[in-house]
Design a protein around this ligand. Structure first.
Ligand SMILES: Nc1ncnc2c1ncn2[C@@H]1O[C@H](COP(=O)(O)OP(=O)(O)OP(=O)(O)O)[C@@H](O)[C@H]1O
Ligand SMILES: [Mg+2]
Length: 399
């Protein structure tokens, strides 16, 4: 430690031979002696280095030792440095008194007693080194404390996150159970009913027409369970980065016509209509199944949350992109909710309509983004919402 950080001592005297003599007396292992020929020179050194102590000659032309001491006491950086005055004047001048007043720890008279000087230096150097060591310890302690504090904060954050995750898992479980239970309950009631009819020998209940309606009802319940499971699978694919596309040439206006046609019965049940404006055919290198999934999600939302008012689908074809807009005239979405609804399990609050799992928009936006497209919403509360899917047009399959 000594070699890396030598203890620095300052001696100030206008006579080079005095400097040399004092230097010879106080030098030692692990010490570095700095010499200054004037008060000004000494000040320059004092601003650059930390000294364990300073020997000041009292009588110097220009700034004398006392003046230099006064400046040192007035400066934060040098205030603590022990000062020893050296003077050739006779004791009768009473420099001691003035020296101690100026903040000196000692006043020495020439000729100097080498042994006394050396032992004084030893004491002050030892004090200085001790103080430095304590300071280093305090610094290290403070650093350790700061580290500990940071670790604690990290730990707290991790715990909070864990708690949130646990709460979310519980909520998710109850949500999924509920969502699964509804179609399963209906299916169960249907089978109970049929069992009863069979037991009573009521075969009229199984006529061709009735059977057809039964199958259609069962199909709806089964489809909604499959959709739920597929959504959850998609989320875990997204989370693990395994969501991949199976792209091919897709003609978008035809796809929209088909989806709108397929959803028309559902719209009728919901008490509303879907209009479509998609006159320009546009082909792109996309994943047909996934694009359909996005449009279905947006349309199901518009039917569900659109207050039974007409829903409009528009296809806009531009040079580089194709845009699908799904517009409803429902209550719309508050500005602070508009980003949140794209997060997983984020379902609207205060909706009159019971919401789903809150996965549709999350999955849809991810699907848009793996296509290098976007899915955005714009809405003025009270005036409905417009969801816009933008897809890049590509002339050739990407590499
Ligand atoms: N067209 C819309 N108008 C008003 N609010 C909407 C609309 N579309 C979505 N939202 C709000 O955004 C929330 C999240 O929608 P998202 O489709 O992600 O989930 P969800 O419909 O609740 O459930 P899921 O789609 O998984 O069945 C909805 O719960 C609803 O509150
Ligand atoms: Mg939805």
């Amino acid at each position: 430690m000594q070699a890396e950080h030598p203890t620095k001592l300052l001696i100030v005297d206008d006579l080079p031979e005095n400097l040399q003599a004092l230097n010879a007396v106080i030098r030692g292992d692990g010490r570095q002696i700095f010499q200054a020929g004037s008060g000004e020179e000494a000040l320059a050194l004092l601003l650059q280095h930390d000294f364990a102590m300073a020997f000041l000659d009292v009588q110097m032309p220009g700034m004398d030792g006392f003046e230099l001491a006064e400046l040192m006491r007035g400066t934060e950086r040098t205030r603590q440095i022990p000062i020893v005055f050296v003077t050739a004047a006779g004791k009768e001048l009473n420099y001691s008194f003035k020296g101690y007043e100026a903040g000196a720890v000692d006043v020495l008279y020439k000729p100097l007693d080498s042994r006394a000087v050396r032992s004084k230096v030893e004491v002050f150097v030892a004090l200085y080194e001790q103080r430095e060591a304590t300071r280093a310890q305090v610094r290290a302690l403070e650093l350790a404390r700061q580290k500990q504090e940071a670790t604690l904060a990290e730990l707290n954050a991790a715990q909070a996150q864990l708690q949130r995750a646990l709460a979310m898992r519980d909520e998710f479980m109850s949500m999924v159970s509920h969502e699964m239970r509804t179609p399963l309950n209906t299916l169960y009631l249907e089978t109970q009913l049929r069992k009863m009819q069979l037991e009573r020998g009521n075969m009229a209940a199984f006529g061709a027409e009735q059977l057809q309606r039964m199958v259609a009802r069962d199909d709806r319940q089964i489809q909604s369970i499959i959709r739920l499971i597929d959504d959850m699978l998609d989320v875990s694919r997204i989370r693990s980065g395994k969501l991949s596309l199976r792209p091919g040439w897709v003609e978008l206006s035809g796809l929209l016509r088909r989806v709108v046609h397929d959803l028309t019965p559902q719209a009728a049940t919901a008490g509303c209509t879907i209009s479509l404006e998609a006159d320009t055919p546009v082909s792109g290198w996309w994943d047909e199944f996934r694009i359909e999934q996005i449009v279905v999600n947006l349309l199901t939302n518009a039917l569900r949350y659109g207050a039974q008012r007409p829903v409009a689908v528009t296809l806009v074809v531009e040079q580089d992109v194709a845009r699908v807009e799904v517009r409803d005239q429902g209550p719309g979405i508050d500005p602070e909710q508009q980003q949140k609804i794209f997060e997983p399990y984020e379902r609207g609050v205060g909706n009159e309509v019971p919401a789903g799992l809150g996965l549709g928009l999350y999955i849809s936006r991810e699907l848009a983004e793996v296509h290098e497209g976007t899915l955005t919403v714009s809405s003025t509360p009270g005036e409905g919402a417009v969801f816009t899917l933008t897809l890049p047009r590509r002339d050739a399959p990407p590499a």
